[in-house]
Design a protein around this ligand. Structure first.
Ligand code: FES
Length: 513
């Protein structure tokens, strides 16, 4: 249905991070080239991997299908923390104490590296030390925090339970992890992009990689515009791995969307970073503009393609902000898509067994700032043949996944399969004539489920709503004006172009005649 500028929420999605920094522009690839390593994906993980590799003297080409930093990195809440919701108790129980400890240590190493890069390159990226809090408003949530605190003790993670959090509403308890941070990721990465160029790295935007071919001696990355990058090693840091011919990542990752908005509030928001453990689990941090605090609220997660009205989520966040802090205005709002692995630990390393020179970094859950840094450090070590103690932790081919996470695997796939059946049984919901300007919906055209969007000029854009990945049916996302796939998270523009994989082919256009 039609997105309204309701309650002063911006009509179109605009990320605070993207609006405040103009990124440099780079050309698209216009010839076949040869390098030592190709990195596909210009988000934080791809940029950091490229940066570290070029620092090691490796000749690298970074390919991005869109422009740099326009994916999840540009649409984050940018918390630099090892407090990834309630996670450590679960990790201990499911994967063991050693794994849980390693995960924490990988996050700490990532945080320290971010800090040292800021210092080394004198990056002004609004980095600010903050305590992180998980807070609970229910007895159940409080119990979860008490259990998580015990996991902190077991793993020697600094933290304390507090009963008087700085939040202006009642909390039963909060679990504080001190000395975490937040920052401006786009400002941070801009400097590293400049460093990549200084180090001799190559960057190509609007260059979509579509195929990975070859063997261990030589890999060929083919692009949509028929050029290629020949390399010794290739990294897929494209959020969902752009080439999933043998890795079956579609069955090992599930996509979730979440929402964020920057708000000028009547009451000043407190120092610190907050995440509620009760549903729907709103998050809060702030940034400063000209000495004034701008609050950033987030939350309202759901599986991609499984919300009938995505704008509703922004209204819910705004209502929460208004209730507790008073909303003066909402200058920015944006949403992001996150990929979650079977055991909630990212996949970073060799993408599939038997192909030693093809690597992947994906499945950062909602914690892309530190996990991207962990990916950059680990992939650089793997590519330059250095040992790294986190290699087994993040190995995408870790064998225990097949055993311990079998139930999850089946659940995800049954879920996907039922969505497939359900959506194929559904047929159009409204008539074409009812569509207003800037409104999209599934319509029924001659008995065929069709995606329709009427643009501001009144022109109709009609697409076949069958996803080009594995034929699930797409749903309309009215907050972002996109066609989203509930199965593995592919997203398409109103004219059918791929915004986000695993799909690589655009939707078929439907002609009324
Ligand atoms: Fe896999 Fe759509 S993303 S079927």
């Amino acid at each position: 249905m039609k997105p309204e500028q309701e309650n002063n929420i911006p009509n179109y999605s605009s990320s605070y991070w993207r609006e405040h920094e103009a990124t440099r522009e780079f050309p698209s690839l216009q010839e076949d080239i040869q390098v030592e390593a190709a990195v596909i994906g210009g988000g934080m993980a791809g940029i950091l991997t490229t940066y570290f590799l070029t620092k090691e003297g490796v000749k690298v080409a970074l390919l991005e299908g869109d422009v740099l930093l326009n994916g999840t990195t540009g649409h984050t809440t940018a918390k630099v923390t090892a407090q990834h919701s309630v996670m450590y108790d679960k990790l201990i129980k499911n994967e063991g104490e050693d794994t849980a400890r390693l995960y924490y240590e990988a996050q700490v190493e990532a945080m320290n590296t971010i800090k040292s890069l800021i210092s080394e390159h004198e990056i002004n990226c609004d980095y600010k030390n903050q305590d992180a809090y998980l807070h609970a408003g229910t007895e159940y949530g409080k119990r979860q925090l008490e259990i998580e605190k015990k996991a902190y003790e077991q793993l020697d993670i600094p933290g304390e339970l507090v009963y008087d959090s700085p939040l202006p509403f009642d909390t039963k308890a909060a679990l504080k992890m001190p000395d975490q941070a937040h920052f401006h990721p786009v400002k941070f990465l801009q400097t590293l992009i400049d460093e990549i160029i200084k180090n001799g790295g190559l960057i190509f935007e609007n260059t979509t990689a579509v195929n990975l071919k070859g063997n261990d001696d030589s890999i060929k990355v083919e692009t949509r515009n028929n050029y290629s990058v020949t390399c010794d090693k290739a990294v897929m840091a494209s959020h969902f791995p752009f080439d999933d011919t043998t890795g079956f990542y579609f069955s090992r990752l599930h996509p979730e969307r979440s929402y964020a908005m920057a708000v000028k509030t009547e009451k000043e928001v407190p120092e610190g970073m907050y995440l509620g453990v009760d549903e729907p689990g709103f998050s809060l941090r702030h940034t400063e503009i000209g000495g004034e605090k701008l609050a950033i609220f987030g939350g309202e997660n759901h599986k991609t393609g499984k919300s009938e009205d995505t704008l509703r989520h922004f209204n819910n966040i705004k209502a929460f902000a208004d209730r507790h802090f008073g909303v003066q205005s909402v200058p920015y709002r944006w949403s992001a898509q996150d990929l979650i692995t079977l055991d909630e630990v990212p996949y970073i390393g060799q993408a599939v067994s038997g192909k030693a020179n093809i690597f992947v970094a994906t499945g950062f859950k909602k914690w892309g700032m530190t996990n991207s840094m962990a990916a950059g450090l680990l992939l650089t070590d793997l590519i330059t043949d250095k040992p790294n103690r986190f290699a087994d932790l993040f190995a995408p081919t870790r064998s225990h996944l097949e055993l311990k996470d079998g139930k999850s695997f089946i659940k995800e796939n049954v879920d996907v399969a039922s969505q497939f059946v359900k959506s194929h049984l559904e047929r159009g919901s409204i008539e074409l004539d009812e569509l207003q300007k800037d409104e999209g919906a599934v319509v029924n055209i001659k008995g065929k489920r069709t995606g329709a969007y009427r643009n501001e000029k009144g022109e109709l854009l009609l697409v076949d709503t069958t996803c080009t990945h594995m034929k699930c049916e797409l749903e309309w996302n009215n907050g972002e004006r996109s066609w989203d796939c509930p199965c593995h998270g592919s997203r398409f523009s109103v004219s059918g172009e791929v915004i986000e994989g695993p799909a690589s082919e655009p939707l078929s256009r439907v002609n009324l005649e």
